[in-house]
Write a protein of this length. Structure first.
Length: 259
């Protein structure tokens, strides 16, 4: 009798473990597909994600290889690349709404700010996101059910150790790299029923765009002073009165004033 009970117990444990594994694989795959599909639809650029791993036992998770492409007409390979992001959440809340998240930390993202002084790639992606979700008084271009999704309550959201590569088309596509200011938000969605992933994306992208635009002005001066491959000198010598670099700087200043 004892042997039968032991065998039944072993079978039960195996079944539970297999069920947990099946849920884990389904959940990870569903998150990956959702990020790629909804992300691409809402931003109107290609969004790719290499892998997701969420542990339903510990509530910890990793997101690896997030890539956000550029809108049509921009020349740099991508706008945003994230190697790793760490997540800590309440495991049971994964199956509820909102999902209760203790922390999200995006580690060392690589941001490319490409501008021709008339527009830039990050602002275009942000405008696309606002258009599809109906932010800023616009009517959403996507059905409500397509851009809503589960809501989130996030205790702590951070972006740390990032870099911004400022690429100016008028300066031959040369780029200058600066550290991205750390970004932190506390208690997101706590004063309401939560925020959607699209609302979180918009909030983070607005902070990135603000920082990138400020550093784009410094990039012009750096390109001029470092004389990268002679591009800046060529622009300076192209006119007898005012240097083209100075015109570019003023143009960028005018662009920022319009924001």
């Amino acid at each position: 009798m004892k042997k039968i009970l032991v065998r039944l117990l072993i079978v039960l444990v195996v079944v539970v473990l297999l069920a947990a594994l099946a849920v884990h694989l389904f959940l990870d795959g569903a998150i990956k597909r959702g990020v790629e599909s909804k992300g691409s639809t809402l931003t109107k650029v290609q969004v790719k994600l290499n892998s997701v791993h969420i542990s339903l036992f510990s509530g910890s998770g990793k997101i690896k290889g997030l890539g956000v492409g550029n809108p049509e007409g921009f020349k740099t390979p991508s706008a945003i690349n994230v190697g790793t992001a760490s997540v800590s959440l309440q495991p049971r809340s994964v199956f509820s709404d909102p999902v209760m998240i203790h922390s999200i930390e995006v580690q060392a993202p690589e941001i490319t700010f490409e501008t021709d002084l008339h527009q830039n790639n990050l602002s275009k992606i942000l405008a696309n996101l606002k258009e599809t979700t109906g932010s800023g008084g616009q009517q959403p271009t996507q059905p409500k059910e397509a851009n809503a999704g589960k809501k989130l309550v996030i205790d702590d959201f951070r972006v740390t150790g990032g870099k911004i590569h400022v690429s100016v088309t008028m300066l031959g596509g040369k780029s200058v790299t600066y550290p991205l200011d750390d970004i932190q938000f506390k208690d997101l969605g706590k004063d309401s029923s939560g925020i959607t992933p699209a609302e979180l994306s918009k909030k983070v992208l607005e902070a990135i765009v603000s920082d990138a635009e400020k550093k784009a002005v410094s990039a012009i001066a750096d390109l001029r002073s470092k004389n990268l491959t002679g591009v800046a000198d060529g622009l300076i010598n192209s006119t007898n009165t005012n240097s083209s670099v100075e015109k570019v700087t003023r143009g960028l200043g005018d662009l920022l004033k319009k924001k």
